[in-house]
Each structure stands twice: as structure tokens, then as C-alpha cells.
Design a protein around this ligand. Structure first.
Ligand SMILES: [Mg+2]
Length: 267
């Protein structure tokens, strides 16, 4: 059972003492508040300042379901690592990676997007976002009375691809993420980044609020520290009650004492 992070800062301090720490932060619902439409999720100027400060002290990755082309501009910090499309594409100053999902999976995703657009045409409150390597079907503004129709059509379209194991569906906050089933997820991406320059040998701290973040929590079990944003949790090491507590923790990290080698040190 996860422990409440802000009550256990001393324990975190002890765990990371003498180590080099790296940070992995989810975007929507973690460093930005959840909003009705994804395009309205803005990084506050205060959070951006905190991230700028953290990027000077820690290797930092922002990881998201958003495509890189969308994620990089909304964060807007030059010298950090971005992992988009749930880790299928990674860009940093020292390394870069795009997972080859293959032509078949690409065509399957295109077919799903086209079928959903056809069946859900005219239904207000549903947006199908084709992100190249994955799809997101957002339904936050959907009228609750329309949800059963939407869910039925969604299941109808996905039944074939799911039975062929070509895609996976990950439920996020008022959205379904459709990802190619290629054995790669946020967890694998975090593992990969932890083997790269700047991150290798670090103790990772990961904050996220989504089902897909749990893939990273599992990978980091015993090797790092996972924090679920949004209340008590079974799987993560720690939890925060709500998104607005993220800045409190990041602010704490920003003011930790460091040794000359960039390691945590006891005050
Ligand atoms: Mg999120």
C-alpha cells in the first residue's frame, strides 16, 4: 500500500541520500491540472519555473500519451528529455528513439480511426486524435446519456483488432488510448532511458496519474520510487492526494542540499 508522500519526505531523503536522482513526470493530470479538452491543459508559469530549476539539478524526462510534436511545444523547455506516445518516441539532446511499430500495426490504427470516425460521426463530445503511433479517443464532454452508444460502437470497432492482438486499449481519464501491441510501454521506455547517458546509474523518481503510468511503477519496483497522483493507491510506493500537491513535492526536490557531484546529501 502506497504511503502519503508529503508525510514521508524524511524517508525519501534517507532513501536517496548519496545517490544521483533522475525524474520522470507525466504531463496531463500530473504537472498540469485535468481539464475538459486536452488542448486546454496548460503548464502554469509557476510550474514551468519549477521544472526549469529541476532540469538544472536532475536528469528530467516528461513522459506522456501525447505525441512528441504536441508535447514538446506545450512544455517548451529545451534541454530535457521528452517521451511521447506512451514512450514509443523519445527525444533528448544526447539520444533519440522512435519505435518501429511496423506497417501492419500502422494500418490497423488507421483503420480503427476511420471506422470510429464513421460510426461516431455527429456525436457531440467525442474527439478522435490520431497521434501517428497511437490513437486517443477523448470523451470528457460527452453527455452521459450518450456514453452507452459510444461505448458500444467503440467495442464493436475494437473487437477485431483486440482479438488479433494487434492493439491494446488503455483507459485514461475520460479517454481510451489505443496503442499498437508491440511489447513497448511507458515502463519499457523508462527502462530504456535509464540506460542512456545522463540517466544511467540514477535513482528514478516517477510521478503519474494514469493507468499507463502503472507500467512504469511496475518496472521501478525496488529500483526507484513511484508516486501515484490522485489518492491512496495499491501499486505505487507513494501517493499524492491531488495534482496541486505535485508542485509542493517538486518544490521540495528543488531545494534539497546537493554535494559537488550532484548527489543528495544530508542537511
Ligand atoms: Mg496523466
Amino acid at each position: 500500500m502506497a504511503k502519503y508522500l508529503l508525510k514521508d519526505l524524511e524517508e525519501i531523503q534517507k532513501t536517496v541520500n548519496g545517490r544521483k536522482v533522475s525524474l520522470f513526470l507525466d504531463y496531463d493530470g500530473t504537472i498540469t491540472p485535468m481539464v475538459g479538452r486536452p488542448e486546454d491543459a496548460r503548464l502554469s508559469s509557476a510550474m514551468k519555473e519549477v521544472l526549469k530549476g529541476l532540469a538544472r539539478l536532475y536528469p528530467l524526462t516528461i513522459i506522456s500519451s501525447r505525441a512528441l510534436r504536441d508535447l514538446k511545444p506545450v512544455v517548451g523547455l529545451p534541454s530535457i528529455v521528452y517521451a511521447g506516445n506512451q514512450g514509443l518516441e523519445v527525444r533528448g539532446e544526447q539520444f533519440t528513439m522512435t519505435f518501429d511499430i511496423g506497417r501492419d500495426k500502422k494500418e490497423e490504427l488507421e483503420g480503427i480511426a476511420a471506422a470510429l470516425k464513421g460510426l461516431l460521426h455527429g456525436l457531440r463530445g467525442v474527439a478522435i486524435e490520431d497521434k501517428g503511433l497511437t490513437l486517443s479517443v477523448h470523451y470528457r464532454p460527452l453527455d452521459t446519456k450518450d456514453f452507452p452508444f459510444f461505448a458500444e460502437k467503440f467495442d464493436e470497432v475494437l473487437a477485431g483488432p483486440l482479438s488479433r492482438s494487434t492493439v491494446k486499449v488503455i483507459r485514461s481519464k475520460k479517454a481510451f488510448d489505443v496503442r499498437p501491441d508491440v511489447g513497448w510501454d511507458k515502463g519499457r521506455a523508462v527502462e530504456w532511458i535509464l540506460g542512456r547517458p545522463g540517466f544511467s546509474g540514477t535513482f528514478p523518481i516517477y510521478l503519474g496519474d494514469d493507468e499507463s503510468d502503472r507500467e512504469a511503477f511496475r518496472v521501478l519496483k525496488g529500483k526507484g520510487c513511484s508516486v501515484f497522483v490522485g489518492g491512496a493507491d495499491e501499486e505505487a510506493d507513494y501517493y499524492l492526494m491531488a495534482q496541486d500537491e505535485v508542485k509542493t513535492f517538486l518544490g521540495w526536490l528543488l531545494h534539497r542540499p546537493f554535494s559537488a557531484e550532484g548527489l543528495f546529501s544530508t542537511p
